[in-house]
Design a protein around this ligand. Structure first.
Ligand code: GLU
Length: 383
């Protein structure tokens, strides 16, 4: 009874391992989970209070599809000031971040058109393209380039069928951060070949070592062909709220808004009042969480050095490490083995694309004690 379209895509590798770890915990196993990329912090109080107040005030009815006007304004303000994107609130559409990716691809990619995307990349990009009838073209990134997508590598993949370049900096699963030169080079390619860019910047605030985040839509002329996507989940520990946004040029915006109208209508009304408090309220909570992620990264990298079969460079953003491991087992089998033997749940690298094989993704968005204990268990099991 399942459509051919859906048969072409795999279950989400990250959600699958998260759910399996949860199931094992219910069975009484003491699993330490490094699976899903979910901050373990509570959503800051002022955000929760704003959503509660919205419920009490009866803000429970339909909104217009693009979202709460004040929230769209606040997002546009941040995009101008922080990202340097010359947008207006009319370019902003509020929607869950994953839905933003899905809607953008649905609204722009035709049957048979190609989308160049990093490999390894987050598990959901390729399925979005496949469900829209397009073809995902992997741009293989290398550890020696810090897993960056380089203009040179993208240029080699452009064909007459290329429609879109998909970027994700800082990246999931590698924590790669593209340099300004990379971004400028890719922007030039997009303009030269008349391509759309989808730039998933959901980890834009989780960036370390004093590095700066560059938005491709801030480059001259790029707002006209770029859909910038970001969200509240990672920055404000709001994963369950299912809320993010996209910034699109007017003609693409119109197409995306149709998909939004015909799918979810709009994002949850009272949740958007919480998001408004997140955008306009104090930002020290974000700085604190990012500082903690930085410390966790340093801790996990230190512990990793004691595990001889892991090789991994220090990631520059997001909250994942992506070590290569020695051994003959495929990464999915290896992840299942570690769940069984070490009671540590990770995601096999192959879920993120062919070049992710022989790697594991470890999400360190969990507390330091879990990191310490989990890495200790991995060390014992691998010894
Ligand atoms: N983006 C997160 C991850 O990669 C959340 C899970 C998901 O939606 O895939 O773990």
């Amino acid at each position: 009874m399942i459509s051919e379209r859906v048969k072409k895509v795999q279950e989400s590798g990250t959600m699958k391992m998260k759910e399996l770890a949860g199931q094992k915990k219910k069975e009484g196993k003491k699993i330490i989970s490094f699976t899903v990329g979910e901050p373990d912090f509570d959503t800051p109080k002022h955000i929760v209070e704003a959503a509660k107040k919205a419920l009490d005030d009866g803000k429970t009815r339909y909104l217009d599809a693009p979202g709460l006007p004040e929230l769209r304004e606040a997002i546009a303000k941040q995009a101008k000031e922080y990202n340097g994107i010359p947008c207006e609130s009319s370019n902003v559409l509020v929607t869950p971040t994953k839905q933003a990716i899905f809607e953008t691809v649905m609204a722009t990619v035709n049957e048979g058109e190609e989308v160049i995307m990093p490999d390894p990349a987050w598990v959901t990009y390729e399925p979005c393209v496949v469900l829209a009838g397009g073809k995902a073209v992997p741009c293989v990134t290398k550890e020696e380039d810090q897993w960056r997508v380089t203009p040179e590598a993208v240029a080699e993949l452009i064909t007459p069928k290329t429609k879109m370049i998909l970027l994700n900096s800082p990246s999931n699963p590698c924590g790669a951060v593209e340099t300004h030169a990379d971004i400028k080079g890719i922007a030039d390619l997009a303009k030269d070949h008349n391509l759309v860019v989808l730039s998933d910047e959901v980890y834009e605030k989780i960036i370390f070592d004093g590095l700066k985040h560059y938005s491709i839509a801030a480059e001259p002329g790029m707002l006209d062909r770029t859909v910038t996507i970001s969200g509240f989940s990672k920055t404000f520990a709001m994963t369950g709220w299912r809320l993010g946004w996209l910034i699109a040029p007017k003609p693409i915006f119109k197409g995306i808004n149709k998909v939004q109208q015909h799918s979810i209508t709009h994002a949850t009304s009272f949740a958007q009042y919480g998001a408004l408090a997140a955008m306009t309220g104090p930002q020290d909570c974000v700085a604190q969480m990012v500082k903690e992620f930085g410390e966790r990264r340093d801790l996990i990298m230190k512990l990793m050095k004691d595990i001889p079969s892991f090789k991994c460079d220090t990631p520059k953003g997001a909250f994942y490490v992506f070590p290569r491991y020695e051994g003959k087992m495929g990464s999915e089998e290896f992840a299942l083995y570690l769940m069984d033997k070490a009671e540590v749940a990770v995601t096999g690298g192959a879920a993120f694309g062919r070049s992710g094989e022989q790697h594991l993704r470890i999400s360190y968005a969990t507390n330091k004690k879990n990191i310490q204990d989990g890495m200790e268990r991995l060390k014992k099991a691998l010894a």
